[in-house]
Design a protein. Structure first.
Length: 231
């Protein structure tokens, strides 16, 4: 069984408006997942440097970021990053150009961990409902193609406030939704923006929102998690 998680780290800026990547690493260690999809993992302007310095992650956690070979100082692609245990073997990775009104992208990492192969798609979708559905359609097509190689897990901040409509309707026609709970705003969660979904070949057993004092302060989103088994 593997534990997976998705976390919008808000560029390392907490609810006290202070940038403190160490708090994010503390929360990552609390979650103790085997793979974590991050959103807003890079700073927005300038060189788009990683919100969590590589050395900090290396020295104070069991995680490493999947190398995307796109931007030298960034952790991810348009803020999307995937962290895996240092023991994982990376088989393939890719960035995805998706339809967008504002700069958006999605990423994929195919890796082996604990003798199991898994393809993980990380995403942060648009604020516009029309563009979210276009983005969902593009990601669904790519994820279905990837299913030929390995079971697929999709995680990220969908920015979808509807309970069942919009891009959720599109995703659930192709994948199974894991019900984690409300994750935004971290101080008083009212919306289920952060989601975990999976293809056939994966079973989910338990899921939830990681709500701790550290998580309420580290970002404006709470992390969501699930325990899964790959058939």
């Amino acid at each position: 069984m593997l534990k997976v998680a998705s976390y919008n780290i808000h560029k390392g800026i907490g609810t006290d408006r202070r940038r403190n990547p160490g708090r994010i690493v503390d929360v990552l260690n609390e979650i103790d997942a085997d793979v974590i999809a991050l959103q807003e993992a890079d700073r927005r302007f300038g060189a788009r440097a990683a919100a969590i310095p590589e050395k900090l992650l290396e020295m104070h956690s069991d995680y490493r970021a999947i190398p995307l070979d796109v931007q030298i100082d960034s952790m991810g692609w348009h803020g999307n990053a995937i962290l895996v245990r240092k023991s994982a073997t990376v088989i393939a990775h890719d960035i995805m150009h998706i339809p967008c009104l504002e700069p958006r992208g999605a990423i994929m990492a195919h890796f082996e961990l604990a003798g199991q192969q898994l393809a993980v798609f990380g995403m942060h979708l648009d604020l516009s409902g029309l563009w979210r559905r276009r983005q969902a359609a593009a990601i669904i097509k790519l994820a279905q193609e990837k299913q030929k190689d390995a079971p697929v897990l999709l995680m990220g901040d969908l920015n979808e406030w509807s309970a069942t409509g919009g891009c959720l309707h599109d995703f659930t026609r192709a994948f199974q939704m894991v019900h984690c709970g409300r994750s935004f705003h971290s101080r008083s969660p009212i919306a289920t923006l952060d989601r975990i979904m999976h293809s056939d070949g994966i079973r989910s057993f338990e899921a939830g929102v990681h709500d701790s004092p550290a998580a309420r302060k580290a970002s404006d989103h709470l992390p969501v998690w699930a325990k899964i088994a790959v058939d």
